[in-house]
Design a binder for this molecule. Sequence first.
Ligand SMILES: *Cc1c(COP(=O)(O)O)cnc(C)c1O
Length: 415
Amino acid sequence: MPSRRTELFPDATDAQWRDWRWQLRSSVRSLDELQRLIPLTADERRGCAETKEIFRLGISPYYLSLIDPAHPFCPVRMQSIPVSAEAGKHEGELRDPLGEDHHRPVRALVHKYPDRVLLLALDHCSVYCRHCTRRRITSGDEGGISREELDEAIAYLRAHHEVRDVLISGGDPLLLSTARLVELLEALRSIPHLEMIRIGTRIPVCLPMRVDDELAKALRRFAPLFVVTHFNHAKEITPEAREACERLVDHGVPVENQAVLMRRLNSSVTAIKDLMQKCLTMRVRPYYLHQMDVAEGLEHLRTPIAKGVEILDGLRGWTTGLAVPHLAVDLPDGGGKVTLQPDYLVERQEKQTVFRNYRGERYAYPEPRETDCSVPYDDVFYGTRAADETSGFRPEQASGVRPQASGKAKLRVIR
Ligand SMILES: *Cc1c(COP(=O)(O)O)cnc(C)c1O
């Protein structure tokens, strides 16, 4: 289905349409505006009204123009228009589903893993995803992130030599002006032990006109810098989105994709396989396929764990290995990400291991006779550094606050 731009926004000139600031200014932010453009279902009208106090509504004209006006299960629609289920809360659902607030040594940082941090750069987005699990931040309820708080984050990073990877997120970092973004990146790059930077952004999906040559060139200066974007359905891979991704890659900025598995939106082998393959045609490498977090108002989008595994089973072997993402479950209460795979192991014997392959046929892999796997050259190449320096890291050291497991606390494994 082609974009409905001319039908929905007949007065927009080409120059306006290509201007990301015009797109932001013209975003649809209320039920009234929305129902003038898209015939809403009764449940969507209720959803808009009932979530009004809970989470922002905001859809760029570009993203809105991709919505199928006739189908309530249009994946673009489901990601941008609230339904009444979003206002519901269920037992066990959390406002901070990943327990991040226990790992915020300073307000703009989440330091949960040994060698990398999440930097919350700002609190707004070009489209407010209905599946957002960081809405305690993107709802604006926390208040924005100030320049002083970003300075405080830089100071923390400067003092923490174990951090070698910063993932800038928010909100959407590419909504910062290029000048502000460059300022932030320069501050990060002035920290000698930071090896790499990632920017988590939905701009290529929801506001691709933001990715101009100036931005791509600016990002390239900070290599190794990876853009991690968030396509969830092949319908989002439009000529504009493709141009944005290819522009980044052409300028030397690698682009990865993290998708979220969502019930009845993309929860089929057909939809995920097509999405992953189409990402590769834009040179965007599938990275994670996320199981939906246990967050307030999102139960209707959660899939059973078995569904994600079944989908991976339908990819591995059947299509390009580069198109197979890691299936990640980010555990409630701050447990962090773990990955799941179909079980290919049939039996582990002393002399051999028996597997099933992707077609379900059995094959045995014989064990070697020698089992000493120590690497003699490690001592030469790494000297005394060979032992993992960060293996002693405990996340609660970052904040001084012990994570508090809610509900079924007995399940939390104590080291
Ligand atoms: C996902 C995540 C990261 C990055 O994890 P990778 O597995 O390295 O991509 C870092 N910090 C937080 C808090 C995260 O949720």
